[in-house]
Design a protein around this ligand. Structure first.
Ligand code: MG
Length: 297
């Protein structure tokens, strides 16, 4: 199931993407007098029951008797982030691909332990939303295409063996980074937290549709030119390790989003560096999920 939030006719709602259409689950649920949660976040918190109810509604939507009024073409909608109001910062793994760690410095930059930083909640934006280039505060805005994991079940002290049971699904994140601010301020927070520098989407794919999250191709294009081309099997720290390490002393909550790190090919890795400018189109594809597209302005 490909779940996302969106706006249509000036109203925010959420639904399921099927091919070139999206089925508005919220309005369908209201018209059938079913009590579906009011948001994707609440749905994730409701767990399996939500997915069962959503699947039932999708059957109704696909049936011949269904009113087409709950189904929209993707061209009619304004994409929102799958979870428009995240409850806390996006958690991100730094330098989780060997070749990327080396392009950021040298072999010495390959981490021995998982490196985690976060991006402020105000960074979150959706598929096809314009991203400001922030040229008054940075001259080195850079892209980072990443696979992201969405937590479904609360947990603390999660072992690597149990970790995948806590996953709700997967999405794509562009961990946009102001390299000059990242370097200047020591900690990554400022350089990683400029407004709207965390496009997420286009949707969350539930985990039942991704059998091998650790074996997916990941690609980034800038204005149609391939810059990153890798596979999630090259992560240094795999998803179960990341979840286990993060949850050792901190409770992970439903709706938490963890970006798993970017492969080689970021703008800073080129000589001379190739940072983003207004008008640039960034497209990030993760196999089995889709393509996240944003233009800089
Ligand atoms: Mg990153």
């Amino acid at each position: 199931m490909k779940l996302t939030s969106f706006e249509v006719n000036g109203k925010a709602t959420y639904g399921v993407v099927e091919g070139e259409h999206v089925i508005d689950l919220l309005s369908l649920s209201e018209s059938c007098s079913k009590g579906l949660p009011q948001s994707v976040q609440q749905g994730i918190e409701s767990g399996e029951e939500f997915l069962r109810e959503a699947a039932e509604l999708l059957k109704i939507a696909r049936s011949e008797n269904a009113s087409a009024s709950h189904i929209y073409s993707l061209e009619e909608i304004n994409w929102l982030p799958p979870i428009p109001f995240v409850k806390r910062n996006i958690m991100c793994v730094g330098k989780n691909y060997r070749e990327h760690a080396i392009e950021m410095g040298s072999e010495k930059d390959i981490p021995e332990n998982i490196m985690i930083f976060t991006k402020a909640t105000t960074t979150v934006t959706g598929h096809e939303q314009k991203v400001p280039v922030h040229d008054k505060v940075t001259s080195e805005l850079d892209y980072e295409g990443e696979l992201a994991v969405v937590i479904g079940r609360q947990g603390k002290g999660i072992t690597p063996d149990e970790a995948m049971n806590h996953v709700f699904g997967y999405t794509i994140v562009n961990d946009l980074t102001a390299r000059d601010l990242q370097k200047k301020h020591g900690q990554f927070f400022i350089g990683k937290s400029l407004d709207s520098t965390c496009p997420i989407g286009p949707y969350i794919v539930t985990k039942d549709e991704i059998d091998t999250p650790q074996l997916l191709t990941i690609k980034t294009w800038i204005n149609g030119e391939v810059r990153q081309s890798s596979s999630t099997d090259l992560m240094i720290f795999k998803i179960p390790d990341i979840i286990s390490t993060l949850s050792k002393g901190m409770t992970l909550e439903p709706g938490d989003i963890i970006a798993t790190g970017t492969p080689a090919g970021v703008g800073k890795g080129f000589n001379p560096p190739r940072f983003l400018k207004a008008g640039d189109l960034v497209e990030i594809e993760v196999e089995g999920i889709g393509i996240l597209t944003n233009q800089l302005q």
